[in-house]
Design a protein around this ligand. Structure first.
Ligand SMILES: Cc1cc2nc3c(=O)[nH]c(=O)nc-3n(C[C@H](O)[C@H](O)[C@H](O)COP(=O)(O)O)c2cc1C
Length: 265
């Protein structure tokens, strides 16, 4: 025969509290029927993550964990989820009691308790600072790699060379447009020499990328010279005639391009 176990509410509460305390993540329960949706329960992990004792924060809204650098957009997502009584997961920069910042991966769920005919919100907090700082560091490397893959070599006040190596995919083109336009804007250069000698595959993407770059530079009052295109490249779907039509000068080498500029000045 199946054994039925009955717990008194008291035992149940004590039992679940202990279980929740064993959970490695912070747990917070709030009561939206009370003014400003205050905290009515926190577990031990929440205390150790934030440095606040339950006594200190009971009755407060969780926003006291936010500070100067907390993303307003992420906080808005939480507010909107609460309004719609939906669950949400966000990454918030929060601040401990000693004011040190930490990355809080907050998952928030609306929980309806039928016995009480009442809605509560439960928040699960995980300190993801280590992962986040890895991500931020990786972003930094990516940015550095992007800077290295789009190096600007100023030759004179008015001339700048951009030697490109490797492959250029659409993302790298976007970086090139962005960096070149910022560079021309800052330095007021007149002539940009784009050297494609180190480019592995000169395909349709490179072709249309160059045409787009030419248009961009023209609007900014600068000229584009393309160097390093082998005659055989013409076969590789890059139509040099198309470049001529768009008044893009192309040369076999940077030296030839510079000689031509000097001859004209
Ligand atoms: C259950 C629950 C847990 C929450 N936990 C956090 C938290 O750990 N950190 C935080 O910055 N905000 C947290 N919030 C969000 C804030 O309490 C608040 O809802 C948010 O700041 C949006 O409202 P506001 O724009 O009025 O500040 C939590 C909200 C709920 C309902």
């Amino acid at each position: 025969m199946e054994k039925k176990i009955h717990y008194s509410t008291k035992i149940k509460d004590a039992f679940f509290r202990q279980v929740i305390d064993y959970v490695g993540a912070g747990v917070v329960i709030t009561d939206p029927s009370m003014p400003d949706n205050p905290i009515i329960y926190t577990n031990e992990a929440f205390e150790s993550i934030t440095g606040y004792s339950t006594k200190e924060i009971i009755g407060q809204n969780c926003r006291f964990l936010q500070g100067e650098k907390t993303s307003r957009a992420e906080v808005d997502k939480v507010r909107s989820a609460i309004e719609k009584e939906q669950s949400v997961t966000v990454e918030l920069l929060n601040y401990r009691k000693d004011e040190t910042p930490f990355w809080n991966e907050l998952s928030m769920y609306p929980i309806f308790v039928p016995d009480e005919d009442k809605l509560y919100f439960v928040g699960i907090q995980r300190d993801v600072s280590d992962r986040k700082s890895e991500e931020i560091r990786a972003e930094g490397y990516k940015e550095e790699a992007s800077l290295l893959s789009t190096p600007f070599v100023p030759i004179s006040e008015k001339i700048c060379i951009l030697p490109l190596v490797g492959n250029i995919d659409s993302k790298r083109w976007e970086e090139i447009y962005e960096r070149i336009s910022a560079h021309v804007y800052d330095h007021d250069e007149e002539i940009f020499i784009m050297d494609l000698q180190g480019i592995q595959t000169v395909n349709e993407d490179v072709h249309s990328g160059i045409l787009r770059l030419q248009k961009l530079l023209k609007v900014m009052g600068a000229r584009l010279l393309v160097t390093g295109l082998e005659p055989s490249t013409a076969k590789a779907s890059v139509h040099l005639a198309d470049f001529r039509k768009h008044q893009i000068s192309f040369f076999a080498s940077v030296q030839q391009a510079l000689d031509s500029i000097r001859a004209k000045h």
